[in-house]
Ligand binder design. Structure first.
Ligand SMILES: NC(=O)c1ccc[n+]([C@@H]2O[C@H](COP(=O)([O-])OP(=O)(O)OC[C@H]3O[C@@H](n4cnc5c(N)ncnc54)[C@H](O)[C@@H]3O)[C@@H](O)[C@H]2O)c1
Ligand SMILES: [Zn+2]
Length: 379
């Protein structure tokens, strides 16, 4: 007999459909699974990766109690003994004190080298819990269950973990690749609309810099994407995840020419976050505006025409993203771009477009052009 009959499921085939990427790193390869209701497979998927030991689930409190319970039950069905810690985790307590709470809990329960830490929440949770896992007993296995769109398409993939210190954001950290990343698109149903838009900014960015077809899909299906209706949004998230996964596989430590492309819109985006005061704009919103400034630079350099810049504006606006930051001071903005973490020896390596789905880097952008581009997003 061929094909499926009613009620018969082939777990292998159905799981594989949800496989968005396999990320290859010096710390091993891992799968990124994206789908609806995949949280119920968490234990099964963990088992498939060959991990044993107890599962220490650390979750953003917003996911408590129902989603965390569902995750815990899935782990138990996979044969894992579990412990749950739900914490209020946000940018304001993304620090060592909160990491200490995780350490205390792991210590109390005598978590050992063979155990597994599961991080469930947005990017803050992933970074902080990933950092705790990277340092606990010099590193235990971590599994990411990102629940914000930004964390799904961006921060859960690539192994960057970290926390803030009073002197700056993400100054403490470690590369600690996960063993598995499992993304349940259903978790997005409770994500606030503004956070969704900020996540779409990074997802759309992946299309703009590397995949014209994905950009086209984001343009055509914006209302459907935003409503998370049907298969297309899940497919688009999977595609966006695959782009990030491929880049990490090609350039794990950002020493080559690949990973920097993800920084499109970020030089000016970071400056906007800094000058406006952190928290005024969500990161993805600032990146959307930053992409418009970078687009303007590319137009001025003759790399793209204004049609593409207008197209970029339209797609960002269709995801309810801002494209200008009225009222910020241009001089403060220029100073802030110069001190961006990604600039070396004062030279900024700009990520600029050459066409739809095609980005490159340039170090020779005159300050006058940068000023004009920044001015264009401030009016
Ligand atoms: N590691 C990396 O490569 C990387 C890359 C980009 C950003 N980051 C980090 O990621 C962080 C930002 O991530 P973020 O935007 O996910 O922020 P976040 O973790 O603060 O989540 C955003 C908000 O949404 C809430 N939330 C998350 N999932 C939810 C859900 N399913 N339902 C309802 N509410 C939910 C959170 O409680 C929070 O209030 C920053 O700290 C940044 O430094 C890391
Ligand atoms: Zn970003």
């Amino acid at each position: 007999m061929h094909g499926k009959t009613a009620g018969w499921l082939n777990p292998m085939t159905d799981q594989d459909q949800n496989l968005a990427a396999i990320v290859n790193t010096t710390q091993g390869s891992y799968r990124v699974i994206v789908g609806r209701d995949v949280i119920d497979d968490l234990g099964f998927e963990l088992k498939k990766t060959g991990l044993q030991g107890r599962a220490f689930l650390v979750a953003d409190e917003v996911m408590f109690p129902n989603p965390t319970r569902r995750a815990q039950e899935a782990l138990e069905r996979g044969g894992y003994a579990t412990h749950l810690l739900a914490l209020e985790i946000g940018e304001s307590n993304k620090n060592l004190e909160t990491v200490q709470l995780v350490y205390d809990w792991l210590a109390e329960l005598r978590a050992d080298r063979g155990d597994i830490v599961v991080a469930m929440g947005g990017g803050v949770t992933g970074d902080l819990v990933g950092f705790a896992a990277a340092t606990w007993l010099r590193g235990v296995a971590v599994v990411h269950v990102p629940t914000s769109l930004a964390a799904m398409v961006d921060s859960s993939i690539g192994g960057k973990t970290g926390v803030n210190i009073p002197n700056g954001k993400n100054l403490l950290g470690a590369f600690h690749q996960p063993k598995l990343v499992l993304q349940d698109v259903g978790h997005l149903d409770s994500l606030p609309a503004r956070e969704m838009s900020a996540g779409w900014a990074e997802a759309v960015k992946h299309g703009i810099i590397l995949d014209a077809q994905l950009l086209d899909t984001f343009e055509r299906l914006a209302p459907q994407m935003r409503a998370l209706e049907g298969d297309e949004p899940v497919d688009a998230i999977r595609k966006s995840v695959a782009i990030k996964g491929d880049i990490v596989s090609a350039d794990e430590f950002e020493t080559g020419d690949h990973r920097i492309l993800l920084n499109y819109g970020h030089t000016i985006g970071h400056a906007i976050e800094k000058v406006s005061g952190y928290g005024t704009y969500l990161h993805g919103e600032a990146v959307a505006i930053g992409m418009m400034a970078a687009g303007k630079i590319a137009v001025q350099l003759g790399m793209i025409d204004t049609n593409l810049l207008n197209r970029q504006r339209a797609v960002l606006e269709s995801y309810a993203l801002p494209t200008r930051a009225v009222g910020l001071d241009v001089n403060e903005m220029i100073e802030a771009t110069k001190s961006d973490k990604k600039s070396r020896g004062g030279t900024i390596r700009w990520v600029l477009l050459e066409g739809p789905g095609k980005a490159t880097t340039r170090c020779d952008v005159p300050e006058e052009l940068v000023r004009e581009a920044i001015q264009s997003i401030l009016d």
